[in-house]
Ligand binder design. Structure first.
Ligand code: BG6
Length: 488
């Protein structure tokens, strides 16, 4: 059984989609694991007026099919949920919310942290933080933690503005910026893979690694999120956060220890090692695209809520590389897009070919060694290597060592939000986005967007839904005599 936690959650955006799809199921899984048991309560807020029992029913529906448990367990869980209508711009509402929170905390004998979860429009993040401070939420003697969903800003300057207003109320130490990729099992496995295996640790440098290839391909289109996506686009939606975080994990130096402060320091440093991008560099090394009709799917411009002449990118590929450290100059190629051929999240670490090798004339694979970190939908690792073909001759054959997590193992893996909630409860900030990381990823994102804004959309901007994106993304690697290991 897990250590039991004692906490009050206040969820801003309690009636929203994220709360129903991710947050309530994650809290329920923590309840099933014993991490939340008796002394906890959740207050959901949003503008609309709901009685507690109506809200409890919403939560019940959200957890109805989550985990293995009897109905009595589910009913017991939802009794910890309360609802308070709240207009986040109205200070009076916060005073009412404060009173109610205190009485609920007293009733459930909650002495642990109060966790404020912002799962609503980012326009209100700063206002909520300030109003929490003004209505004396933060004066009490329990820990106060603020959890913030993405997007954290729209650009570096808007992120800085938002951070300034949040920091009027919360110190950096109490701010937990969520990137759900950091909660994924395999993503959490990147550092142990790199640093606990002498074999891998010894070759994780520019002498042996030819390039990294990060693929976050999605089968889904823009879904019902055109309003947000028309403002964001693939670069802000996927690169600025998830891909930037993956890059940090791939290139960061070995931390001095596993303590959060050391991990965080090393991670934060990683992105600042990425080269500055100028106009020429971006023109040569970044590709954007937008899906059009294909494979039975509508084009992006035909989706509901999308402008008929939208120039928003639903695909982006690019190349970056570190300026310093053991991986100096190693290209990191990445690509992500909506409505691609299939859902695949993976990282291919492509190793250099040996220049002096008695088997060179017999090499049958274009790239002899590739280590693949499989994130979704299959999780595991794969290593391609060459070996003697069975028989008398010295011919080579391509093999792969594969370790895929099986169904039972996958069932044991905590879901990303469950793990991140667990970390917040324990005050562990290792798997959250640090402020300087965020600045570094916005710096790169802004540079690319500024350049794109000055350019016409490229002639090969459109790609058919169901393909692997614009052809220009292949040329990006071909220019360096590389190619995508995963071709879809
Ligand atoms: C979210 C993006 O952060 O990540 C979505 O806003 C995207 O557009 C999603 O679909 C992808 O996450 P995952 O875990 O399915 O790869």
């Amino acid at each position: 059984m897990e250590k039991e936690n004692n906490a009050l959650f206040i969820i801003f955006g309690g009636s929203g989609d994220l709360a129903k799809r991710k947050l309530y199921p994650a809290l329920f899984r923590l309840f099933l694991s014993g991490s939340l048991k008796t002394n906890f309560a959740v207050i959901g807020t949003s503008r609309r007026e709901w009685p507690d029992d109506y809200y409890q029913n919403i939560v019940y529906m959200a957890i109805k099919n989550v985990g293995k448990a009897g109905d009595d367990v589910r009913r017991k869980f939802i009794k910890h949920f309360f609802y308070q209508a709240n207009d986040v711009t109205d200070l009076n509402h916060f005073q009412i919310l404060k009173k109610r929170s205190q009485s609920i905390a007293d009733k459930w004998q909650i002495t642990g942290a109060w966790i404020y979860y912002l799962a609503m429009s980012p326009n209100f993040f700063g206002t909520i933080a300030e109003n929490l401070a003004k209505s004396n939420f933060l004066d009490s003697n329990h820990p106060n933690r603020l959890v913030i969903e993405k997007p954290f800003g729209h650009s570096l300057s808007s992120a800085q503005k938002l951070n300034r207003s949040i920091q009027k109320a919360f110190s950096e130490n109490d701010i937990y910026r969520i990137d759900h990729y950091l909660g994924k099992e395999i993503v959490q496995n990147i550092l142990p893979l790199r640093f606990s295996n002498p074999l891998i640790k010894g070759i994780w440098n520019q002498k042996f690694i030819s390039n990294f290839q990060i693929t976050l391909a999605e089968r889904v289109g823009v879904e019902q999120r055109a309003g947000y996506y028309e403002e964001a686009g693939a670069l802000r939606d996927m690169f600025q956060n998830h891909i930037a975080q993956l890059i940090s994990l791939l290139i960061m130096d070995e931390p001095a220890s596993l303590q959060t402060k050391d991990l965080v320091r090393s991670k934060a440093q990683a992105l600042s090692n990425i080269q500055e991008l100028d106009y020429k560099n971006i023109s040569n090394n970044f590709v954007r695209g937008q899906y059009t009709v294909g494979s039975g799917f509508k084009g992006y411009r035909e989706e509901e809520g999308v402008a008929a002449d939208s120039q928003i990118e639903t695909y982006v590929a690019g190349k970056l590389s570190p300026l310093a450290g053991p991986l100096k100059g190693v290209p990191i190629y990445f690509r992500t897009g909506k409505r691609l051929k299939q859902k695949v999240t993976r990282i291919d670490v492509v190793f250099k070919e040996s220049t002096n090798n008695i088997y060179q004339s017999k090499t049958i694979s274009d790239i002899p060694n590739v280590l693949t970190i499989l994130v979704d939908p299959i999780s595991g690792f794969k290593l391609n290597y060459q070996s003697k073909a069975i028989g008398d001759r010295q011919d080579l054959q391509k093999f792969s060592l594969r370790r895929e997590f099986n169904v039972t193992e996958r069932q044991k893996m905590p879901e990303a939000y469950q793990r991140l909630f667990h970390d917040v409860l324990n005050g562990d900030k290792t798997n959250f986005v640090q402020w300087n990381q965020l600045c570094a990823s916005w710096r790169i994102t802004d540079q690319v967007i500024d350049c794109w804004n000055k350019q016409q959309i490229p002639t090969d901007f459109f790609y058919p839904a169901g393909s692997m994106g614009p052809k220009a993304a292949d040329s990006l690697l071909a220019k360096d005599h590389h190619f995508w290991v995963f071709r879809g």
